[in-house]
Design a protein around this ligand. Sequence first.
Ligand code: ARG
Ligand code: ZN
Length: 895
Amino acid sequence: MRKPIQQSDSEVPVSIYRKDYAPPNFWVDKVEMGFDLHPIRTHVATRLFMRRNPDRSENDLILFGEDIKLLQLRLNGVDLKKSAYRLTKECLTIVNAPDEVCLEVETTIAADKNTTMSGLYVSNGNFYTQCEAEGFRKITYFPDRPDVMASFTVMLRGDKDAYPVLLSNGNLIEQGDLGDGRHYAKWEDPFKKPSYLFALVAGKLVCQEEKFKLQSGRQVLLQVWVEPGNLDKTQHAMDSLKKSIRWDEQRFGLELDLDRFMIVATSDFNMGAMENKGLNIFNTKYVLANPRVATDTDYAGIESVVGHEYFHNWTGNRVTCRDWFQLSLKEGLTVFRDQEFSGDLVGTETGRAVKRIEDVRVLRQLQFSEDAGPMAHPVRPDSFVEINNFYTVTIYEKGAEVVRMYYTLLGHEGFRRGMDLYFQRHDGQAVTCDDFRVAMADANGRDLKQFERWYSQAGTPRVSAQGHYDGSKKTYSLSLTQSCPKTAGQSKKKPFHIPVAFGLIDVQGGEVPLQLEGDTIVARTKILELTRESQQFVFVNVEQDVTPSLLRNFSAPVILEFEYCDEQLAHLLAYDSDPFCRWEAGQRLAMRRLLNLVSAIQKGVPLSLDILFLDALKKTLIDTSLDPAFRELVLTLPSEAMIAEEMKVADPQGIHQARQFARAEIAQYLKSDLLQVYQDNQTPGKYSPDALSAGKRALKNCALAYLVEWAEKSTYELAYTQYQDAENMTDRMAALLAMLHCSSALDKVYRKTRNQVLLEFYKEFQNDALVIDKWFTLQATAPTTDVTQVRQLMQHKAFSMGNPNRARSLIFAFCNANPAQFHCADGSGYEFWADSVIALNKLNPQVAARLARSLDRWTKYPKAQQTRMKAALERVAKTKSLSKDVAEVISKALA
Ligand code: ARG
Ligand code: ZN
């Protein structure tokens, strides 16, 4: 018999372009699947009911498939001869298919051998799937692209003892015994969906469940599934789910459309969680919590990720993406929604502002850096090699900022009108970012054409502002100028449509009513729309000289430049009514000093901090009228990564030394106040993760971390006592962190005790994987931990390269969050990085490619370090059978 024509699959990474998008030749109406679950050989029988797309002239039926064995192909009841189709490593093409097709496909999968955690895989003996973005093709041959939406019926069969629980999307319509020790469950999803939203879970799991009444009165079943032994850690996820359902009803009028909604937690997961229709699969990190094992940050993370995945049911599932270039259509929008959800739940205005500041901090530290590096891409990319590399902070966090700008420009009601129109027009469809933008514009009668540039142009825009007060005319004129640095493939940028929220603060610290020349409206905050390269805004009736409060609430993802003097910044920090700008003023004061300290270290001149700055911090610290959480944010200095971003040539050791010096000085100057704050912000009684209690703990623990810098036995003992007496993980971790991360002088005196504490901690929590992750991270990020020690930790019996959480907890933590050690002068950090990328590449390309990005900014370092980094990058580039995931990242870094 003749062999099927084998197309050569080229080794060179192939780019896919947005401009090449074409609709599929065939649509799929209905999918019926039968799974016989077995870890070594799962058998999958699929029946696809397809019909020709009348808009297409090509006759080939194209299906994707990867790493699966094809057993059988039948077209409209007739076995397909091998000559009737072409099969390559990634593609199955049936030439000249008829208009109506019933295609029967049989495949087998070796799920136990699948270490990629994409497709069908086994974890702790259970089956899980991850199909976004292109994992469904590792289950069966299918037109695995998001614009192909079909209804699914799924029959699961498996051993009763090994797989007592059998779950898939939608509603359970039948279950029963098969004799022979096996049983089955049949699931039907009433909604059409793209294949990336398919899911199945099978194994030994238990659930917390609850009936919940929707606002309409309809009752639904909610379940949180976990491995046995974890039922004491599901309550917070369940509560978060109920809050999410309520919030989407109230804020957006969106109801849960299924009778059953399930969340499943697995400890082997590449990302945070996945919004599969009715069957969300989560990393245990974003489900499991109780006060003993989870910190306030964990609690907040669970609430927002449960919300995020739930909100996808409308923004992602009911309305999905036409192609993967539109990924931010669902991700940016859903991140915006989860941010608003968390903000609304806090309830208070400062609480909301604290959440906003935390989100902005993440954006600036990670996304601004991405935008300035070799992987810079627009919110809607023009091309990619591997789509999994584009689940980035740009798509997610910058995408959310872009959505937030509609909200800022159109207002609360206007934004809601836009959302309503978006669903009215596109429910059940696979659409583009343009469709969303046009819905926002049409619903509000606005022209948002220029706004499109936020989707197509990469890079972080800079807005520089200049202000002038004219005492004789009583006017304040503000001129704004925008620019955007060039990025890969985009040398010239056109002006963006930038909302700049603006206010004026007078000498007494009060808000000046704003009135634009020729305008009658008076407001405290004005949204200025900067659409040209340069614009001037003149405010009238300004009685005295003022300080401008710019980019309030961080109204656009830009870098705002204004030549503030120290006194103006201290004034804003003391009086601005906008909490974001208030915090920002403190950060600007701090950044200026940190940069000066780094340069003093480089020149070898003595270091010092000035009283103006120390007093400004002191005022905030002791101002009990301010929210504790807000005070903590002001007291926290810009991170080492943020400082590096501000320098032309980064100096990780100098930066670390400078920041540590500043911390010690602050501790010295604020000693008694810090102690007072430490005492005043205890949270005795039953643990509660609410924002006020969490804020108190954050402030108290921030004070503790400063106090240990004071390098005296008494403060160290304060930390040790807190560690021993802690009744929750937040306080326990904070104490441990204070002990392990404080200045090195203490290290010599107390090393033994520290190691003892680490051992004790390990023994107590060794059966709790998520806590052991924290234990690894704590050590990986300690300023005293060097490459050799990290390599030693990899030999620990609890370390495993194959578990993504564990790999992240040690390797990623060291490479990304311990810059002074990672960038040590001999380059051993880079060698360690290369070894790890190469090892991970064989197991899990997605995770490997994430780690590969740790060297993105290699050109920012001194020449000698650049040479070492380049050598490490080149070593990875030359590795045999490099995945396209890693190859794309490395080749872009070296380009
Ligand atoms: N859609 C999921 C989320 O929003 C992320 C899944 C990404 N998975 C992947 N393998 N790229 O949170
Ligand atoms: Zn998402």
